[in-house]
Design a protein around this ligand. Structure first.
Ligand code: SF4
Ligand code: SF4
Length: 410
């Protein structure tokens, strides 16, 4: 199947919902909403656009979505998880670039990301070099606003610069959407997105039980494309009720002896979740995901008191991405997640040619060994399925060592 368009991705997600053996009325039913989220987002975006709302494309968790919502616009994560768009991208981009960047660019080159097509503008950031330069190539297709992200998270001066950038984004959005972004509107959007963060965290918490009541492949469905969609709140609440029923009925999602795995590293956007599938097929239980498609963006709320734009700037500036130096907050977040989710092993996913996550993996590995004595495995891969067997063998070996009570660093 050619999965190069979002609509096609969606129909495959819906199919997998029924292939997974969902039973009408059973707990898995509650996930159907999230499995069908891309199509729902597309429909929502079309209707919003018809009503005159601006669509704003985004690529990264540093984008302060609260500002876009407060401008009356719709923030949408653009497509970037398909292997099938990479060959088109490689006609223009170097082969040794991260698949996330190549796939994102390929979607746009092929005109197969419907969200980009309907977007009024794209808001992006100076995070890693490949992404930053790829954005320049988009500038003749779409209005671009680039936030310059200072990369020393512990320096107040760097934060002040970021705050000025966030204020510039507010000015850009006010002009684009012909609105005034008042503090009151900002506070409202902060509350909406904090509530969504809190609901997502409550769902993730079902992975903390032993045995767990949430699969990693289920948790990955929650990283939706559109933040603050009104129908999401009820869906989260329904999902939480279903998970609670699953817990009360002792319907664990993995056997008690399954090795508990914490996944860290690069984001796994829709379509690029092969590592999660491999771990679960090997009998492991992915209990937590410390990455941008997991817990990282929802770990901290935006403060609801004080100046709202400063609160927004503070929250996003604290995001522990590997483009920051030093990125000690990632290690601190890992400490918290290890305490909460009690993993037996950590798997660090690095997309090929992602230099920041690749180099940082040494610090992560040392930290996990020195402070926690945890087994660690780094997987460096791309979107292609060609190395699935090889990855599966390495994961299987890690799980066997953990099962036998040993430890492994690889
Ligand atoms: S890992 Fe970093 S660059 Fe990638 S989405 Fe997250 S914050 Fe953005
Ligand atoms: S995975 Fe790494 S190289 Fe790819 S976009 Fe994210 S930070 Fe950049």
């Amino acid at each position: 199947m050619d999965d190069s368009s979002c609509a096609e991705n969606l129909s495959s997600q819906n199919r997998s919902a029924s292939c997974n053996g969902s039973t009408a009325g059973g707990p898995e039913d509650a996930f159907k909403y999230f499995r069908g989220h891309t199509a729902r987002c597309l429909e929502f975006a079309k209707q919003a656009k018809d009503k005159g709302r601006k669509i704003i494309g985004i690529y990264c968790e540093f984008t302060p979505r609260e500002l876009i919502l407060a401008a009356g616009a719709v923030p949408i994560c653009l497509c970037g998880g398909s292997q099938s768009t990479i060959s088109a991208a490689e006609e223009d981009l170097p082969n040794n670039l991260c698949p996330l960047i190549k796939s994102s660019y390929g979607y746009i080159k092929q005109g197969s990301c419907p969200f980009f097509e309907m977007a009024e503008a794209v808001v992006a950031e100076t995070t890693c070099d490949g992404k930053k330069k790829m954005y320049e190539l988009l500038s003749d297709r779409k209005k671009l606003h680039i936030l310059e992200l200072p990369q020393k998270p512990d320096q107040e001066q760097a934060y002040r610069h970021w705050l000025a950038e966030v204020k510039q984004l507010r000015d850009f959005l006010e002009e684009l959407c012909s609105v005034k972004i008042s503090d009151e509107k900002l506070r409202r959007s902060i509350r909406v997105l904090n509530s969504e963060r809190s609901l997502r965290q409550k769902v993730y918490a079902y992975g903390a039980y032993n045995p767990p009541y949430l699969r990693g492949t289920e948790a990955s469905l929650l990283a939706g494309r559109i933040a603050g969609m009104p129908s999401d709140e009820a869906a989260y609440k329904e999902l939480l009720e279903a998970l609670e029923k699953r817990r009360q009925n002792a319907q664990a999602t993995a056997a008690g002896e399954a090795v508990r795995v914490l996944v860290t590293g690069v984001p796994m956007v829709t379509g690029a979740e092969k590592l999660l599938e491999i771990i679960e097929q090997a009998g492991g239980a992915v209990v937590a995901q410390e990455n941008c498609t997991g817990i990282k963006p929802v770990a901290e709320p935006v403060a609801e008191d004080g100046d709202p734009i400063e609160a927004i700037a503070r929250k996003y500036f604290a995001l522990p991405c590997s483009c920051m130096t030093p990125n000690n907050r990632r290690l601190e977040l890992l400490d918290e997640l290890i305490e909460l989710y009690k993993p037996q092993v950590v798997i660090d996913l690095v997309w090929q040619a992602c230099h920041t996550y690749n180099v940082e993996s040494l610090l992560v590995r040392k930290h996990l060994a020195d402070k926690h004595g945890l087994s660690y495995l780094k997987i460096e891969t791309d979107y292609s399925p060609s190395d699935r067997e090889q990855i599966a063998m390495r994961v299987q070996a890690l799980l066997e060592v953990a099962n036998s009570g040993g430890s492994q660093v690889g």
